[in-house]
Design a protein around this ligand. Sequence first.
Ligand code: IPT
Length: 992
Amino acid sequence: MPSALSAYVSDPTPWHGALRPARSWLHSDAPSRSLNGSWRFRLSPTAAVAAEFSAEDFDDRGWDSIPVPAHWVLEGDGAHGRPAYTNIQFPFPIDPPHVPDENPTGDYRRHFDVPAEWSDAERVVLRFDGVESLFRVWVNGVEIGTASGSRLAHEFDVTAAVRPGDNVVAVRVHQWSAASYLEDQDQWWLPGIFRDVTLLARPAGGIEDVWLRTGYDGGRGRVETEVTAGAAAFPVTLRIPELGVERVWETAADVAPVDVPEVAPWSAEQPRLYDVTVSSAAESIALRIGFRTVEIRGDRFLVNGRRVVFHGMNRHEAHPERGRVFDEAHARADLARMKRFNVNAIRTSHYPPHPRLLDLADELGFWVVLECDLETHGFDKVGWAGNPTDDPAWRAACLDRIERTVERDKNHPGVVMWSLGNEAGTGANLAAMSAWVHARDPERPVHYEGDHTGDYTDVYSRMYSTVPETEQIGTDGSTAPLLGCTPAQGARQRTRPFLLCEYAHAMGNGPGALDQYEELVHRHPRLHGGFVWEWRDHGILATAPDGTPYHAYGGDFGEVVHDGNFVMDGMVLSDDVPTPGLYEFKAVVQPVRFAFDGDQLDITNLRHSADTSDLRFCWRVEFDGVPVEAGELDTPPLAAGESGRVPLPAIAVAADAETWLTVEAVLATDTAWAPAGHQVATAQLDRSVRRPVPPVRPRSGWRPGEGTLTLGIAEFTGGSLTRLAGRAVTGPRLELFRAPTDNDEGTADRLEGSDASAEGISSAELWRRDGLDRLVARRIGVEHATDALRTVDRVSAADSALSVTVESVWSIEDGELELRVEIEPARGWPTVWPRIGVHFGLPDGAAPVDGADWFGTGPLESYPDSLRAARTSRFSATVNDLSVDYARPQETGHRSRFRRLTLTSGGTGALRIDALPDTRGRRPGFTLARHTPQQLARAAHPFELPESTTSHLFVDAAQHGLGSRACGPDVWPEFALRPEARTIRLRITAGD
Ligand code: IPT
């Protein structure tokens, strides 16, 4: 028998008592008191504990204290349980609407003061902005009510229970409840009162709610106002001081639209806001409005009549120490970072964020898809049997959620679409939610990806569709089948605007192919871009047994079921460091595009509506990466959508160095998110004169050789390199392995157009099967000639007959040491290879190699399908800065196409390596690291990596692409590395 004490935890409709109707989250001058701060706290292992603590005179002196807002599992150093991460899996039995008796239950208490003046208030309201997952409230021992909907606001009328002076509020929070079935988002389960608690005095004659709906049409603005207030609130005055608007309405029936002849529109690019007040005698509400009209015309999604392209991010609320507790300064910095990386849109995956976030989005400028707090993904496991979104028992709960979502955030100009939720199957309750939104807000379209057939939503949305499939969606006349659709349903979906609510899964090193998706948007106007999954890693700051801080993921807290590091799939690492993937995104989506045509430069402004008058266009010339000349282009402002042509400066071209021209669009003045000079867009033109590559000189007179040998700066024993320029060096040793990326470990079966990998088996698994991580060598021969040494090795793995022959020729050419490595696969290699390269070991001696200085691509790592952020120049970095600290160690640090690399020690050159292109003009890349791929692959967290006593240099003729197969398509065939014969040619000299 379920205990009567806790029966309500399994009630799908558990809001009872004095709950007030949902309304906007408003900035009002009516009195309020924050109840944030220190509360008394007690955690019980089950929900069935007596609620005696709710009594006014209960003695809580033996309790802990806890801050509000906070998640109890992140407070008290593990004393209050621990976080748990699952993606789709429910962390409790699928037994809806029930949850286990083991249901951590947090009891909270605090005193608060009600000012004597509040006795005039018509009503006293207690607001909770976010409590996970179900809570029950008492004031002064009087039960007030219960509510659930973790990321939604709930207000209770506590007028009858409060009194002037000292009062006590008691709140019981259950981690699990029926609501948990609706909140199965891919994130940490983090119980507690994690958003603000506020006590509000609602004045007599106050304004309960206001909705300002704006429109914009060719310079004219319109404000339609909905005021929810009693007759006593009137007259109500609307003021927009900057526009000279003052409108007084005597009764609710008088409230009429206000037309403004001349306004500036709001857009994500130019987020022009106007301050507004809506006041009665008793209360004044301050809002910031933006004029904009949202509409769907045919298969176009338009704001102010112009097509919107989402260069968006899925944004969860995540912080390594606070979890989902909002920190305004951190959120603002995060949004400013998005702007600096050319992000123009946010999907609030998968719930409404803290309400202030939307104020910031309005102010900084983002198109927002505002999503309801709803996901029932775990029902997938049981074929969606009992899915709450199609069960009448849950209809009211679903409707309550969308109503609270829309009502709270309806005033924001940035919100241009409502989303019913995520991964909740499909069903009548979702259709009912959509109907409710359409009736309440006829303007903004309804989005929900799970409505594959488009039965109740306004836009067509998909996640992780491949490039060819996405292209088919955008192609007029295409009859290619669409997921879950009959041909007729597919035809209907093709009449609607399309967006990718998730794509480019950014887990670990990756994603690749961002540029392929972007390209489609410009060819097929039905495609409106999308939202990368996702903005941030959700790592939780923890301490390793040896005291090293690290970012924990699923399984690090001893969870019974968990999904490992699938929660570390952001464009920004847990500690706010942007990944190379984010730089790639910035380069791919840059709003200004350049095309070189002889001595002319074509500039295209791809923005929604802003011209380019905020930008300066600069150029510079570099010889082998060294700046020689710079200037500014005289570019008249280009309107949105317009292209212009400007002459390029006449520049000198070097005879004995590469000549690169770089153009940049930079901010002319400071903005709220970046200083003047911030680069918005860039492109490079290679103006180099072609220089001949020294041919391989044939040699003869080879004779078997053993013993020691010196060739210029190189010393050998038994044919093996021992020293270069007096420094101990091992290698070259064939390396075909890379520490698998999360995408290499992925098995997502989205392989159309690619034979790179086997269905259901990850590339990494195939590499391990073939023993690529454990190659051994057998020396077949060592030969000498005048000024030359040649070795031949057969490289293969235990229990495998597959092999590669590696011929290394060391010689003195033009007075310099040259190494040529021929890598020759034997027949039969079945899969893709991660890399084709050679490894040199540089053990730490008196002067360890600890940095690199190079001319090539940089400054960050790049891979064949993620090369757009890489520019050609001269760069330097320490060995540690050459690697990215992905939460799970994996392949990192590859710098493609280098020309010259100087390994440095304490800032001075130790060895210089020049890479010669192969006969097809291809140049190798390099990686300098403190760990081998084998060591990286064995570590689940950075702190597990062994102490290093060696620097490792890898010179790769080629690397496999990245793809996004952790949750999406595999590497595109063009960038998949098939076994093939390759040549690496290096010239090596001492010093720099
Ligand atoms: C998709 C989810 O919507 C998102 O929340 C996240 O879990 C993402 O996957 C992976 O990180 S759903 C997936 C089945 C495509």
